[in-house]
Design a binder for this molecule. Structure first.
Ligand SMILES: [Zn+2]
Length: 127
């Protein structure tokens, strides 16, 4: 069943654009026989294991800021398939405060308890 937003280009079945919402962010990479968008790579990485934004950015080869944008979109598209991104919340390195109520993907700037800014990145896993 083809994805609705999937279109083929260059009359080549291997070259497929999967999604047109953030065309600038969809840098295509050719890995052997498969052509994956950055977003598909992120989904696969987070299905296989838990990672934070820094690791994802290094693994996929894009900026951390772009990873956040992709995560926001991925969480919406996963919801339609009854899957979701699980977030391990940020934690303060100084006092151990856990940012449990934070629903956003980005790291908080400062700890509300001790005012320190040494905060561990939240990490993600898709289930
Ligand atoms: Zn703290």
């Amino acid at each position: 069943m083809p994805n609705k937003s999937q279109i083929q280009i260059l009359n080549d079945p291997k070259f497929v654009i999967w999604d047109l919402e953030f065309p600038a962010l969809n840098c295509h990479k050719f890995n052997g026989e498969t052509l994956q968008t950055v977003r598909q790579q992120i989904i696969e990485l987070l299905t296989d294991g838990e990672m934070d934004v820094r690791q994802l950015s290094r693994e996929v080869g894009i900026k951390e800021k772009e990873v956040y944008e992709h995560l926001t979109h991925i969480s919406r598209s996963l919801a339609a398939r009854r899957r979701k991104i699980n977030i391990r919340p940020s934690e303060c390195l100084k006092c151990g405060y856990v940012f449990e109520d934070r629903k956003r993907f980005t790291r908080p700037g400062r700890c509300p308890r001790c005012r320190e800014s040494h905060i561990i990145n939240p990490s993600f896993k898709i289930t």
